[in-house]
Design a protein. Structure first.
Lengths: 193, 261, 193
């Protein structure tokens, strides 16, 4: 049986994202194709499905078939439950962990300026979007958090570099340097209403 | 700096009814709603105050912002919004920065310790960046909302599950446990026919199962020698004793027949 | 968007078989196609997937995509689980049948002092380690069980007499006998007999 046919069946039957290596392992031991052959098959399948409402997409844990986003208005109606919504606090905590990992809870609190509730960390751990990747070697040995493949999978990304770009903080020092007497402008509330 | 009377009675403070908001507080008509929709923290509130007035973070007018900030947290207190200590801490920091700026500059000291205003600006900037990307991540297409997994049924596939292994050792230990239990309640006894006899009993019954009856002598196989004959004979006797077979002689001196009951 | 495209997406995303009527209901109220239009779309999709390893099939409760049965050997390894372990009750039952055959279920229960579940007997019969070798001539005519050739093969015995005698069983290495976890004995099978 032709490799592409089998790879397609495996991807549909797996019900989870499959890496090229994992696909290879599904083949009977003595008939495992080369990884490049599997990759070629995958590329061909991706092409095959272009006219269809589903797509084979590479995300962090591998390839998965998913319904294309443009069909969501129809497909969403299949499910009575509304998709889960996440609070700003949770999304900000997640963003800090994603961009600043590895971070401790204290680091997150420093950036957000408020304490982080345990339930947020708990929710993120339960969703397996974040994981404990170590302990910081300071008193109390706080947990260091990082994001997981499941986080990328859920947000349809294959690597962290696909996340929105974080604007770098560059203007601060120059601005202060350019502004030798900040007091003057500070005490000049030109925009007061 | 017009305060807008939003409600006939805004709140009760120390027994006194509050009808108007503090004078120095600029509140656009939709602000109260925003206010009630709790901020994510003091940095968030500060950012809100700055952005609302189209101010640049770098050049925030500390005195003005401090006033507004304090007015807001007073209002939040008045409205019974559960206020975290962080809000008060920020108020203290703002007050400190403000008071510092009223003092003559002391370049020597400032060089040594970090300017608290610069620190605050950096924190505001960093928080703003995170707030922005968090919003962008929230808008990414994601599973369960814009993207849906496909489900293809696999129940018609035939998949042979590997069967559990059973090491002989485990089987024997299980039997040992049975024997120990039986010994303790000695009303039962496991008699000690040799296994060869029990095996032969099964074999004979199995044979008789497929035929109606068979001739006694057919159950013996010469090739097994004397020991085999003895085992078979004991097995037949045991089967007879347990009333599992019937040994029949149709007429005197005729061949014995064995029959499963 | 074209009806066939939407129907295909619905069928892939629904986690249950979908009837034509149910598919119609997924469309927003004012845009619901006629049932015949949906049926036409379904027929076209069925045709589309003929060369693929999955098929759109009508079963009692509606249409669903399923992996073609002929792919079974190729995707089987996706579903292989670690084999379960046999229960103590099963092992005891098998040992009693081996040593006391021919026995009825009642005999086994008498010896074990507890009832023997049908599923244990069933499992042993399915595994072909035991077989019914007759019926006991008592009321109810209960089945008599004995061990099979496959039982001897599995345990690498040529006759039952190669099993330890009752005395030998009694004196099986105590340290192992007292070990509550059978795994431990599996790891060092050399230490006894």
């Amino acid at each position: 049986m032709d490799i592409k046919h089998i790879v397609e069946a495996i991807l549909f039957a797996a019900h989870r994202p499959m890496s090229v290596k994992q696909i290879q392992q599904v083949f009977p031991e003595l008939e495992q194709p080369e990884l490049t052959e599997i990759q070629t098959a995958i590329d061909a399948i991706i092409d095959d499905y272009r006219p269809h409402p589903i797509e084979l997409k590479l995300i962090a844990s591998g390839y998965r078939f998913q319904v294309k986003a443009e069909l969501s208005p129809w497909v969403a109606r299949l499910f009575e439950e509304k998709p889960p919504k996440y609070s700003r606090a949770l999304m900000e905590t997640l963003a800090i962990i994603a961009y600043r990992q590895p971070v401790t809870r204290g680091d997150i609190e420093d950036i957000r300026g408020v304490s982080v509730s345990s339930s947020i960390i708990q929710t993120l751990l339960e969703r397996e979007w974040i994981k404990v990747i170590g302990q910081k070697p300071v008193p109390g040995r706080p947990s260091l958090y990082g994001t997981s493949k499941q986080f990328l999978d859920y947000f349809n990304l294959s690597t962290l570099t696909e996340l929105p770009t974080l604007e770098e903080i560059h203007s601060l020092n120059e601005s202060i340097a350019d502004n030798p007497t900040p007091q003057a402008s500070r005490e000049n509330p030109q925009t007061t209403t | 700096m017009d305060a807008i009377a939003i409600l006939p009675t805004l709140a009760t403070v120390n027994g006194a009814l509050v009808h108007t908001l503090p004078d120095d507080l600029y509140i656009p008509p939709d602000a109260l709603e925003v206010l009630l929709d709790t901020f994510e923290g003091p940095l968030d509130l500060l950012l809100y105050l700055i952005k609302r007035q189209n101010l640049d973070i770098i050049n925030i007018p500390i005195a003005q912002i401090t006033q507004q900030y304090i007015a807001y947290i007073q209002l939040m207190g008045v409205l019974n919004i559960n206020m975290a200590a962080e809000y008060l801490l920020m108020a203290a920091l703002l007050a400190e920065i403000k008071s510092r700026m009223l003092l003559p500059r002391q370049p020597d000291i400032q060089a040594e310790e970090e300017d608290p205003r610069a620190t605050l600006i950096r924190r505001l900037q960093e928080y703003e960046c995170i707030k922005n990307v968090a919003e962008q991540i929230d808008a990414l297409p994601r599973m369960e909302r814009e993207l849906f997994s496909t489900l293809v049924d696999v129940s018609t596939l035939s998949v042979a599950q590997p069967l559990p292994e059973l090491p002989l050792q485990d089987l024997l230990l299980a039997f040992q446990a049975v024997l120990k239990r039986v010994d303790q309640h000695s009303h039962h006894q496991i008699t000690q026919e040799p296994l060869s006899v029990r095996e032969r009993m099964t074999h004979i019954l199995d044979t008789l199962n497929s035929v109606d009856s068979c001739i006694f002598s057919q159950l013996f196989r010469q090739i097994e020698g004397r020991a085999g004959v003895v085992v078979t004979f004991l097995a037949i006797l045991e089967l007879g004793k347990e009333a599992l077979i019937e040994i029949i002689q149709i007429e005197p001196y005729s061949e014995l027949r064995v029959k499963a009951i």
